[in-house]
Ligand binder design. Structure first.
Ligand SMILES: Cc1cc2nc3c(=O)[nH]c(=O)nc-3n(C[C@H](O)[C@H](O)[C@H](O)COP(=O)(O)O)c2cc1C
Length: 294
């Protein structure tokens, strides 16, 4: 595990009411009870999660650089009812048709802000974003990504290249590429007619990246971007996650470098964002969960 800058909490003794809740919620054994007061005993293990301060009802915890805001809502019930959350989750769609309207910067900031409240392994908060808003830059990224896939599919369609790729990527991936060849041909024809079948003419493309040594990075970046997509939806915008782009960034050093992603990082999620041009009056059917109860 990488060493991190530690910023432990402080307990204001005369404010502590000895409820022990901060000790109970701390994931890192930072606090213990001593003479009926909470005490910092292993400050160097703190992961800055802020739970101690947020759970304290007597404002006895100080954490440099952190503000423990009062919850705007009275009572212990969650912020929204389960059926409202269900509907939000169910009505979010992958949007592949956008209006030409640009997204104001303050709206984009609101969307990105939702990403930082997602969970991250050991509270690393290691989600880095590249946000492309310039049509020229998006077009350049589109061209580089298409070039990557043109090369990949041309290799996959040849015997030698196909064999070589199967050694590198495995048989299943090559089968998938072969099966996708006809679809690629149709997509190429659509692109030749001026349709953007990669980003769907989204006015904004967001890419996340994080340190590849950290096994939580994939989850951290994916959850952060999913949060952003939900926030976007509530603001009247739509998003479409882009696995094609993620794959191209991680396999084409030129694209990764052009995006300014450090060599020791990987791209973990990406999406286009824009104002939807088509609304869905209906909800979508999904399979029941595949569960083994034990
Ligand atoms: C990891 C991931 C990668 C995706 N990549 C693409 C993509 O490259 N292009 C695309 O059109 N949709 C992409 N999608 C969108 C899926 O096709 C979509 O989520 C799925 O069909 C379900 O539709 P819904 O998001 O509206 O529920 C991706 C989704 C995920 C989760």
């Amino acid at each position: 595990m990488m060493k991190r800058d530690v910023n432990p909490p402080k307990v204001i003794e005369n404010k502590c009411i000895g409820c022990e809740r901060c000790v109970a919620v701390c994931p890192s054994f930072v606090l213990e009870m001593a003479e009926e007061k909470s005490k910092v005993v292993r400050g160097e293990w703190c992961i800055d999660c802020g739970h101690c301060g947020a759970v304290c009802s007597s404002e006895a915890i100080l954490h440099e650089g952190m503000v423990f805001e009062k919850h705007p809502k009275e009572g212990a019930t969650p912020a929204i009812a389960p059926e409202v959350l269900d509907l939000l989750i169910r009505e979010r769609r992958s949007v592949r048709n956008y209006t030409a309207d640009p997204i104001p910067e303050q709206i984009l900031k609101k969307i990105l802000d939702a990403g930082r409240y997602g969970p991250t392994g050991t509270n690393s908060q290691n989600v880095y974003y590249v946000v492309l808003t310039s049509p020229d830059q998006i077009e350049k990224l589109r061209k580089m990504t298409i070039r990557f896939y043109e090369k990949l599919f041309s290799r996959a369609s040849g015997r030698f290249g196909s064999f070589f790729l199967s050694l590198l990527a495995g048989k299943k991936t090559i089968e998938y590429l072969h099966d996708s060849l006809p679809k690629m041909t149709v997509a190429r024809e659509a692109m030749n007619r001026g349709q953007d079948r990669l980003f769907y003419h989204a006015p904004v493309v967001v890419v996340t990246h994080a340190e590849s040594w950290d096994s939580s990075s994939f989850f951290n970046c994916s959850v952060a971007l999913y949060n952003c997509s939900l926030k976007a939806h509530t603001l009247g915008l739509g998003c479409c996650f882009n696995g094609f782009l993620v794959n191209a960034v991680n396999h084409d050093r030129k694209i990764k470098t052009w995006l300014g992603i450090p060599a020791d990082h990987r791209c973990y999620s990406a999406m286009g964002v824009g104002y939807p041009d088509i609304k869905y009056p209906g909800l979508i059917h999904r399979h029941p969960p595949k569960v083994v109860w034990r």
